[in-house]
Design a protein. Structure first.
Length: 289
């Protein structure tokens, strides 16, 4: 019994029981302590050039914040950005409107620029006009140069025509006077078909004279028979032609009188008549005998 009285309820509680009760109370206080307040999302995260919303939200898994709080934070940030944007637009618009007032008084400069441009355009048009005038002038000079070159060429042909007619006249005068030059002697010596005792010119010499006459006649056609110079030489050319036909007629008569011995020479003389386009004169000469 004495032992039971020692363990009476009036005995103080043991220190171990008191310690357990105190530990449970501390754990309840820690559970009720508030969570740390999350820091604001840095604005630089949203300015990254490779920003991806889904990837960014995935990186916030360890953030001590509920989804609803995060959504509210993002809405507030979006609203703030919209407000800033509106303020920037209003500021820039105000600056734009004030720009008109700041540009007052620039009409004179604009007018100066316009006048300068008009003057430049006028100068360009004047230069174009001068270029066109110079082009027309150059074209006219080129045309004149072509005409001058043509006149020079015609003059050269006229000089050549006069020289050829003079040479032909000289040879015809020598043949008609009966004084044979060295050239005519060589021609007669080379003519195997010449008749002995013939009085007229040799066939070879007549052929040369006829060839020279044809060359002169073609040259007159090149120059133009309507030119005054050629008209003045027509009389000389006609006299040369008549002299050649006279010598051909004399030689043709001698060849005809020679009979069989003169047939070869007669054929050659007929070809010379054909060369100077005088077949009718040859027939007339043959019929005259």
């Amino acid at each position: 019994m004495a032992h039971l009285s020692v363990m009476s309820p009036t005995r103080p509680v043991s220190s171990r029981s008191f310690t357990l009760a105190s530990s449970s109370s501390s754990e309840d206080d820690e559970d009720d302590a508030p969570l740390p307040f999350p820091t604001a999302l840095p604005r630089s995260d949203f300015l990254a050039p490779d920003f991806d919303p889904a990837e960014y939200l995935s990186s916030l898994a360890n953030r001590h914040q509920t989804l609803e709080d995060l959504r509210s934070d993002l809405r507030e940030r979006s609203a703030a950005i919209s407000t800033e944007l509106l303020e920037l637009v209003n500021t820039n618009y105000t600056s734009f409107l004030s720009l008109g007032d700041e540009l007052k008084g620039g009409e004179e400069k604009v007018e100066d620029v316009r006048v300068a441009l008009l003057g430049f355009r006028r100068a360009v048009e004047e230069i174009k006009g001068h270029v066109r005038e110079r082009g027309s002038e150059v074209a006219g000079l080129n045309k004149d140069l072509t005409l001058v070159r043509g006149d020079i060429e015609t003059g050269r042909e006229m000089v050549e025509l006069d020289e050829r007619i003079s040479a032909l006249e000289a040879r015809l005068a020598i043949g008609s006077a009966g004084h044979d030059s060295d050239e005519s002697d060589e021609d007669e010596g080379d003519d195997e078909d010449e008749l002995e005792g013939a009085v007229g010119s040799s066939t070879a010499k007549l052929a040369q004279l006829a060839s020279q006459y044809v060359t002169v006649d073609e040259l007159t056609n090149d120059i133009g028979r309507e030119t005054s110079f050629v008209r003045k030489t027509e009389e000389r050319l006609t006299r040369c032609r008549n002299t050649i036909l006279l010598d051909l007629g004399t030689a043709l008569k001698e060849a005809k009188k020679a009979g069989t011995r003169g047939q070869v020479k007669l054929l050659r003389l007929m070809s010379i008549y054909s060369l100077v386009d005088a077949q009718a004169d040859a027939v007339k000469t043959l019929k005259s005998n």
